[in-house]
Design a protein. Structure first.
Length: 420
């Protein structure tokens, strides 16, 4: 069973495609979507030369996150590129998609999760990139600009308008202003929409890397300090930026982190060890598990969450991935992720659940911490400070059920805290 509840927002990555055998007589060769990384520092020049040499047209060109491109390539072209000295590696592209969230009851103006992490009062002075389905660029509660549209077949210059809802929901938890029905953790924070998933919540790793590439290239110019990735997949990770596993998504995130962007990612909704999930298992990111909170207060005496059966107040969400290894726990925090009310395209709000909804609480906390000067801008130090704040706040009276249970095999991290 991959998805526990329809309302849990998850992404599924298809298995890497196998080699397609070309027919003996080729007129129109079968092609597969491929990600190619390059040795050259001048990626655009190298891509143009490779296009001419091997007869293909690149779809996405990566110049900042990693150097390379994606393209539909035949077996013959892939083999030729593998042996081309300008090429570092050749990878199958993979699919990424979300399960469509379902609607639930409307709630008050300051959502429970925002209250539970001590947020809802001030904007961050740094900007946040939401790499997702886009954001509703006309939503009155959001201070949002279009960043990049990485959907295959669309012009990259077209607006990153959300035609799904997921990205707008994530964006609202980070930075929705008062008056829109659901205040965010850091209301009024500047948001950039980076669209890598389409109207069905589907996308590819090539598109995700396109989004990361845009963030890396523009972070300094636009003041983007934090990026939110509320999707993921079950796939083996590695601890060396994709070198051993040949994972271009990991390489792209490492390069972007080196450029000063802190990545906050959802742990995943498989009720499984996040060691087998990406990007959750990457050591460079802050990974966010989901806990339940129904009343915005600690103590565990709130009612059971109303929109989702089987959960209880101030306890880990039953669907959330968790850490078992010390190495993973060293970059994991928890945040509210059950029955989270936030902005929805068209001006309203919607209440849904998932580690997708937990991650933006932590994203806003990181942005606020950097803005206050308490967190260094450097990602590793920022993550360490946010984790120390969370641990300090996880006292017997403020924590959630199980966050101190060192004997448990399932560890969800300490609840993030935006307050002083
Ligand atoms: Ca509570």
């Amino acid at each position: 069973m991959r998805v526990r509840v329809a309302a849990v927002v998850v992404a599924v990555l298809a298995a890497a495609g196998s080699v397609v055998v070309a027919p003996a007589v080729v007129r129109a060769e079968a092609t597969t979507s491929t990600i190619v990384t390059l040795r050259s520092s001048d990626a655009l020049r190298a891509i143009a030369a490779l296009e001419r040499a091997h007869g293909f047209r690149a779809e996405h060109r990566y110049t900042s996150g990693l150097r390379g491109f994606s393209a539909r390539l035949s077996v013959r072209q892939r083999e030729a590129l593998r042996s081309d000295p300008r090429v570092s590696s050749v990878h199958d592209d993979r699919d990424v998609r979300l399960v469509t969230p379902i609607a639930a009851a409307r709630r008050g103006d300051v959502p429970t999760g925002v209250r539970r992490v001590g947020g809802g009062s001030v904007a961050a002075s740094v900007a946040v990139a939401v790499i997702d389905t886009g954001i509703d660029l006309r939503h009155p509660a959001l201070d949002v600009s279009s960043g990049a549209n990485c959907i295959a077949g669309k012009r990259r210059t077209s607006a990153a308008q959300d035609d799904h809802g997921h990205g707008t929901q994530v964006a609202g938890t980070i930075g929705a202003k008062a008056g829109g029905g659901a205040v965010g953790v850091a209301p009024g924070t500047k948001l950039y929409a980076v669209k890598v998933l389409d109207a069905r919540g589907s996308g590819t790793v090539a598109q995700v890397i396109c989004g990361i590439d845009w963030v890396t290239a523009n972070a300094k110019r636009l003041g983007i300090a934090v990026a939110n990735l509320s999707f993921g997949a079950l796939a083996p990770g590695d601890r060396d930026c994709g070198v051993t596993s040949g994972d271009p998504l990991h390489e792209a995130i490492c390069r972007s982190t080196e450029a000063g962007v802190t990545y906050v990612v959802a742990a995943g909704n498989d009720a499984a060890d996040l060691a087998s999930a990406v990007p959750a298992s990457y050591p460079e990111v802050l990974t966010v598990t989901a806990v339940s909170d129904s009343d915005g207060r600690p103590g565990g005496d709130g009612q059971a969450p109303s929109c989702m059966p089987g959960e209880r107040d101030d306890a880990p969400a039953t669907f959330s991935n968790y850490a078992t290894r010390v190495a993973d726990l060293s970059h994991v925090v928890a945040a509210p992720g059950v029955c989270i009310t936030s902005t929805w395209p068209g001006g309203g709000t919607k209440t849904i659940s998932g580690t997708s909804m937990a991650a933006p609480h932590a994203t806003a906390v990181v942005a606020l911490c950097i803005s206050s000067g308490r967190c260094p801008r450097e990602p590793e130090s920022a993550i360490r400070t946010v984790m120390a704040d969370a641990e300090r706040h996880a006292t017997d009276t403020n924590g959630y059920d199980g966050d101190h249970d060192m004997r448990s095999e399932r560890r969800y991290g300490s609840l993030v805290w935006a307050g002083k």
